[in-house]
Design a protein. Structure first.
Length: 601
């Protein structure tokens, strides 16, 4: 059994709570630009003083509507300024935020609102309102529904609530918010639910404050006043929310963008100092750049620049690059790397990644072009990051060391256990699940990993996802899947083979890259994935990805056969979660015949 602990540098006192951040900034740094808010295509400044005034107004409205201390208020919206505004207003009113992904189905909305016994919900659009109304009759405890973008003639939620609280005084709000301490519940975040119904993770003000403190210590150069962060991941995801709160606390200017389709344009106009994303976003940035270079006849230059970037990064871990490599890197800095950074807004000097493994080659590539990606590890139950690579301690291929105040242990069966102030206290209304996950303060993550002597953690797979072949070989599928998805033509991949004679894989094709691939290989423009699933060229492309994945494992663990599916896994089909995690049981059910086909002689 291995264990590594990182001491806490600033303990959280019992009197603190999340709303303190708003008034601490307003009173001491009132003119600092806390947000740049996108309105009609322009970014408008919102100072710390402005934000505190707006939070106060909305908090008054919540209290005026009868929201009591400890009541749950649900929030269903894409990433936008008002999301963060409502989050802090809910805390200022002494209440508890319950985030809901904007893509959630009616039954998912019903489950989360009913299980949390939410007294109110704020939705974003008329479409979200329709989803809610379809199950409203079964939500007896829901008293209020407000909407950010209402129908014509109705007031937006922020304006309506501000008007509703006109008779509530500032002192009443301050008295309410100060009555909430660090041990109190701050939010109930429902897990994505890769199996079964989502569980409500109870996170206290202490949990979130400890995460914020640890993040500021981990990234002192990023979390400097005057830097900026553009958030585009869903704020219902604990990673995006935790980093956004940390940025606000550190007086980093925060921007929101709801639609990744406009991400490149928004990055160009907002020009962030750093971004936070999941690996799929970095894969898209890399694949798009490579695709464009090859399409413009500059493929050889890009490929050479890529090789140099990777070698340059690798050399930093082994004494530094030699003079010849430095010269090549300088040449490609002018030809390629600067242009790649320009796609991130020209000012981006680093990125934070979580949610899934990034992969060593991609990590080396981005560090080599001058944008190191600090890969971390955590779950909703650990308030986001429990481990993270930092500016000071960085090791490609790992998820870094434990954050301040956190201990990580590897159990005898290889499971990763986490303990500390960032670890949740239990699941809402689910004592059985709580007892299964927590033991003497240690959270059993369900992930498998290894711990280096100096505290760097490697994640090797999911305990419950381990495949046991008919020959008794244990196989962790995640490493194979992540390597497959590094190929630009592949969107999703799921490794199969439990109680089967060998390992196989289901592969889906990236719809954005597919037209380019068809053009490059002389295929008809209108040809669908279904029509080309048996095409020799397409299968050869996928086979190359399979060969790369198989280099990481033994012969017994390698992928022997694969099938190309006619369509991608989707959230609507229940096959992936909003954070792009595979729901293996659903995929196994939906594609049972395709899986069986892999094993027919």
């Amino acid at each position: 059994m291995r264990e590594y602990s990182a001491p806490a540098t600033r303990p959280v006192s019992d009197e603190e709570n999340m709303s303190d951040i708003v008034w601490a900034n307003a009173e001491r740094f009132g003119d600092v630009v806390s947000f740049r808010r996108q309105v009609d295509g322009s970014w408008l400044d919102v100072t710390a003083r402005d934000f505190a005034k707006q939070v106060m107004g909305v908090a008054k409205g919540l209290m005026g509507a009868g929201i009591a201390k400890g009541d749950r208020v649900a929030l269903m919206s894409k990433t936008r300024y008002e999301w963060t505004l409502l989050d802090f207003a809910i805390w200022a009113a002494g209440a508890v935020t319950v985030p809901i992904y904007d893509t959630s189905s009616a039954e998912q909305v019903h489950w989360i609102v009913s299980d949390s016994a939410a007294k109110a919900i704020v939705v974003e659009t008329p479409e979200h309102r329709e989803v809610l109304e379809s199950v409203r009759g079964r939500l007896d405890e829901l008293d209020h529904v407000w909407q950010f973008e209402p129908a014509a003639g109705e007031q937006p939620a922020v304006d309506l609530l501000t008007a509703l609280g006109a008779k509530i005084t500032d002192d009443e709000v301050h008295e309410r918010r100060r009555s909430v301490g660090a041990p109190a519940l701050a939010t109930v975040v429902y897990t994505s639910g890769t199996t079964g119904r989502p569980k409500g993770v109870e996170l206290t003000h202490r949990n979130l404050l400890a995460e914020v403190s640890a993040d500021i210590e981990a990234f002192p150069q990023l979390m400097e006043e005057g830097n900026s962060l553009l958030v585009f991941l869903p704020l219902a995801h604990v990673l995006a929310r935790a980093i956004a709160i940390t940025a606000l606390t550190a007086r980093v200017t925060l921007g929101h963008t709801p639609d990744v389709k406009n991400l490149i344009a928004d990055l160009g106009t907002f020009r962030p100092t750093f971004v936070v994303a999941v690996p799929r976003v970095f894969e898209k940035v890399y694949n798009t750049a490579k695709q464009k270079a090859h399409g413009d006849g500059k493929g050889k230059i890009f490929d050479a620049a890529e090789a140099v970037a990777v070698a340059y990064s690798e050399a930093q871990d082994s004494g530094g690059p030699a003079l010849g490599l430095k010269l090549k890197h300088a040449v490609f800095e002018k030809l390629v790397y600067g242009k790649l950074r320009a796609a991130l807004g020209s000012r981006c000097k680093a990125a934070v990644s979580g949610g899934a493994p990034l992969g060593a080659r991609l990590a080396h590539f981005f560090r080599g072009i001058g944008v190191p990606v600090f890969e971390g590890y955590g779950l909703t139950e650990t308030s986001a990051a429990a481990n993270v690579n930092t500016e000071k301690d960085f090791r490609v291929g790992t998820v870094g060391k434990p954050v301040a105040g956190t201990s990580v242990r590897i159990a005898s069966d290889g499971e990763v256990l986490v303990k500390g102030d960032v670890v949740f206290g239990g699941y809402f209304n689910n004592e059985t699940a709580t007892k299964e996950s927590l033991e003497d303060g240690w959270f059993h993550t369900g992930d498998l990993g290894s711990l280096d002597d100096d505290g760097f953690l490697k994640i090797t797979g999911r305990k419950k996802e381990i495949i046991v072949t008919a020959g008794g070989k244990n196989v962790a599928p995640s490493g194979l899947e992540d390597t497959l998805k590094a190929n630009p033509v592949i969107s999703q991949a799921m490794v199969v083979g439990d109680q089967r004679p060998f390992i196989g894989a289901l592969v889906t094709i990236d719809e954005e890259f597919f037209p380019t691939w068809k053009s490059q290989h002389g295929k008809p423009d209108g040809a669908t994935v279904a029509e080309l699933a048996g095409d020799d060229d397409l299968r050869a492309e996928v086979q190359r990805a399979v060969d790369e994945a198989n280099k990481l494992v033994s012969h017994a663990e390698s992928i022997k056969k694969f099938t190309i599916l006619a369509k991608d896994f989707t959230e609507a089909g229940g096959e992936i979660t909003p954070s792009l995690k595979l729901k293996r049981n659903v995929v196994n059910k939906n594609y049972a015949s395709d899986i069986d086909g892999l094993y027919k002689k």
